[in-house]
Design a protein around this ligand. Sequence first.
Ligand code: ADP
Ligand code: MG
Length: 416
Amino acid sequence: MNVLVIGSGGREHAIVHKMKQDGIKNIYCAPGNAGIEELATCVPLKVDDVRGLVDFALEKKVYLTVVGPESALQAGVVDAFTASGLTIFGPTRQAALLETSKSFAKTLLKKYDIPSPHFEVFDTSADALDYAGTIAYPAVIKADGIAAGKGVIIVADRSQAAAAIRDIMDNRVFGDAGKVVLIEEFLKGAESSYFVVANERGFVPLGSARDYKRLCDHDDGPNTGGMGALSPSDKLSPQLEEKVVNKIVSPLMGALEKEGIVYRGVLYAGLMIVGGEPYVLEFNARFGDPETQALLPRLEGEMIGILTDSAKGRTFSDRLSLRQDVSVCVVMASKGYPAGPQANTVIEGLKDAVGKDIFIFHAGTKNERGVIKTAGGRVLGVTALGENAHGARERVYKAINSIVFDGAQFRSDIGL
Ligand SMILES: Nc1ncnc2c1ncn2[C@@H]1O[C@H](COP(=O)(O)OP(=O)(O)O)[C@@H](O)[C@H]1O
Ligand SMILES: [Mg+2]
């Protein structure tokens, strides 16, 4: 059986690793990285090279393709694979609007009374600026489209709101993602993410995680792609998880059905918990990174069957079971990340760091004649499992301390 994974980050390494555990012998990854290379055949195709990917999958008779990054979804990879009769795990471009258009997602939530902060949508800056004069602060200004995780600005007063609106809509600092803007009520609470694998017939819960977006300890410093993750989230009790399923996931599945939207893939809900109630901040249409690096090592049993059921639109034949253990993933990033990451630094100590229930997932790495070097902003994700967060933290930081590269940055408070 041939399987193809699209992407090159720690998320994709975690997916490939799980597939290997599932007993899949022949795994391809496009384009992959130096860690993935040890488990899979890496193929030098870009994640948005739709034609190249389809041709490759046809040629190799790939049984199932799994999409990592949203850029591939947005490029229409799923639509093209499906049109060629190939089986692919991930939503079509239309269904991925749940992530790629915040106004689309929020309007659907509102129509079906699914809890989410109050919002208004604007397609001219004049209207948005007027509205900004009538609301309470702090408030949240959001670019409608995909803005590399930078399109959401929390503003303290009307003048900050005006500056954000002008930047997004008039100066187009996020390009076309800022054609439309949302102004949203600010919610104060605790954030968590919740994941399910879905299709038009139902869903399978995949568990929760908490991610750490800021570069430095205590949530200081600039925003990043994610500096670590804790799974399960310490902010989502089993009772709260039940509420998330009953008040958010199930009603959303009903809403998609009524709207005639076939959604296949991972559905990732970004949540704010306020007074014991979950509210949706956003959806992502894919596995999160680094959350997936914390989540997948907790999975017991096979994953491939569930992904295949989702992709083929079949009734799920199985549930996913998760180990009770707590998982902590700490990202090691390059010197200069996120503003100007430096590449080509030799990474040492990788072999000494591995151990039972310790996983070293590669992201921005490359293999130059046997020497592993940095090749991007986020370099490695180191995950450890433990009986509790304390135990997992001890093990993950012990592993991290044996990995050395010049200028490495990582947070020391993940899971604390
Ligand atoms: N309504 C809100 N109230 C408070 N904080 C918010 C709100 N919406 C977003 N945020 C904060 O901004 C972050 C990014 O927003 P999100 O909607 O997840 O967009 P994206 O991940 O696409 O940048 C969230 O993780 C959260 O910390
Ligand atoms: Mg988010």
